[in-house]
Design a protein around this ligand. Sequence first.
Ligand code: ZN
Length: 81
Amino acid sequence: MFANMLAYKCLSYGKKLIRVNSKYTSQTCNVCGSVNNRMGYNTYGWLKVREWDCPECGTHLDRDVNATINIKETGLAVGLA
Ligand SMILES: [Zn+2]
């Protein structure tokens, strides 16, 4: 429903809507590209893990900021293809 509404708005403003597969966007380090599948879950589950350190490059990452960067980079890559 939201995607349909967004597509309509993009069309009316002459913008291109690019949908990105959200799989691993928050678990992939935006610095080195490694997927952190060793993190596991805390007591409240994966969604409660707000910050993590990349086991490959050591970068300290905010979950939401990291996911936002990954979504932006993926969208730009798809949009430019
Ligand atoms: Zn990394």
